[in-house]
Design a protein. Structure first.
Length: 148
């Protein structure tokens, strides 16, 4: 068990496939509270003995993370965020911040990211960056909102 989050600050939570969760846990974000509650959920795919994690279970875990006062950031594989899209899109508070991340099964699709959709109308203009070797007249749009 790690130190109390009150002493260290807020936590990150992860909802993802096994590889995603293991990567973040090896990076040190894992927390098991005194009540044995964790700050991660491994979404299982069916094998011989195990059943798939249902969208209802993913949604219940997501809502539980939203209610926890010690969690400031929720990372969720975009493929699983798509399964509970109405719930993810309904969350409009700054904390906890919900970040959709890519998975091995599916690449990141910016058109589905609810935070990116909300941030774009607040951008004063379209941002662009010049790719390497490009002439001064050619640009590539970037979605990060950072001017290069």
């Amino acid at each position: 068990m790690s130190l109390h989050s009150e002493e260290l600050g807020s936590l990150m939570a992860v909802i993802g496939d096994e590889d995603t969760c293991v990567g973040f846990l090896l990076g040190g974000i894992g927390e098991v509270g005194e009540d044995r509650e964790t700050n991660f959920m491994v979404v299982e795919k069916a094998f011989i003995k195990f059943a798939d994690t249902t969208p209802g279970q993913i949604e219940a875990c997501f809502k539980k993370f939203l209610r926890r006062p010690d969690i400031a950031i929720i990372l969720i594989n975009q493929v699983y965020a798509d399964l509970i899209r109405p719930t993810v899109d309904a969350h409009d508070l700054a904390v906890p911040t919900v970040l959709e991340i890519p998975s091995k099964q599916q690449p990141y699709d910016a058109s589905k990211d609810s935070i990116l959709k909300r941030a774009q109308p607040h951008s004063p203009r379209a941002f662009s960056a010049r790719p390497r070797g490009a002439t001064s007249g050619s640009t590539l749009p970037i979605s990060s909102g950072i001017e290069v």
